[in-house]
Design a binder for this molecule. Sequence first.
Ligand code: CS2
Ligand code: MG
Length: 391
Amino acid sequence: MRRRDFLLALLALPKLRIRRVRMYASPITRPMINQSFHVVTVETDEGITGIGEGGSPDLIRLAARLIIGEDARQTDALWQLMYRGLFYPAGREQLHAIGALDVALWDIKAKALNVPLYELLGGKSREWIECYSTAFPRKGSLKETARACIEAGFRAYRTSVADPGRGEAFDARAIVRKTVEQCREIREAVAPDGEWAIDYHTRLDYADAVRLSALLEPLEPVFAEDLVRSENKAFYRQLRQAVRLPIAVGEQFGDRWELNELVEQRLIDWSRVSIPNCGGITEFMKICALCETHYVGMAPHFTGPVSEAALVHCLLSYSGSVLMEMLGDGRREVPYLPRHYDFRNGRMWPNDRPGLGVTFDSSRVKMIAEITEGEKPLPVFRRRDGSLTNW
Ligand code: CS2
Ligand code: MG
């Protein structure tokens, strides 16, 4: 669609009033809220329905009530309403629900304009999304598995700090030595055309994280992730002085206010925030702008199939470095999602389907929530120009 026609279509877009939100239980849901793959649909009175993914029934209800009756086109205004409409800023679990609904709102708008969603995010800065694999399926030895990952087209094979033996204590000194041995094998296996990355998985204390990082320097990982526990972000000021590996942090974080100091003080090289965890597409694109400002790459954590499709649209438009995490071999048959993301040969690819490009067969899953009544339990204050300000 030519830009002029696109803009005319955007201006001619009627109000898309939200009339119903539904939630469906995904059979691939994990026990952790940060890995909820429940599906949400947002229906408008113009007959356009958007799809999102994440949250829990109670938290979806909490956020959906705030936007029933509102105009789905106003994605940022609705994000503000969901994030601030209950006065206290949304926490990580509430952000997960907001992110699910936000993705559905963006899907609606792009469907209404009959364009792929990335067209609303600045178009394509790249032709495909480089991916790395976590838990690539075992193909014999560790070396053979790492090699098979690169042969499958992935850019990098990701490992983690070694596990203790079954029933053994986590002896960090011994674990560091065991990890270095494993990483030497992986480095040999992926060279010369592939890369590798390591996730410390917040398992180590400062001294062990620094020591392991020094021992891994000659093996040149793409990044070392979650070097220590994530609660004390300021700790990375010291870590950054002592560690000479690229650092990736953020899968445990929510919105930009959890990440901004690490980015603005250049304490990390890769952001690991993901969708819906950060609050959806609206928030993810703001984090992209923050990261672009400080030359930080985007390496979002793997997520559910609908949210991965959303990540592809966002990452296509991001001008900085991108490396998307996929679980296992990246392929996914999802009975209730006949179409979701387009993954081939270790890469994610754009498609020209309208909106997210995801199709949903609700007959394959069980509905677990339906919200048709709007409610704003607290006063909503607006400035003279109608923009929302806190109560
Ligand atoms: C890991 C995750 O892929 C990673 O970076 O940190 O797989 C993590 O173990 C799971 O998300 C926990 O649910
Ligand atoms: Mg991780």
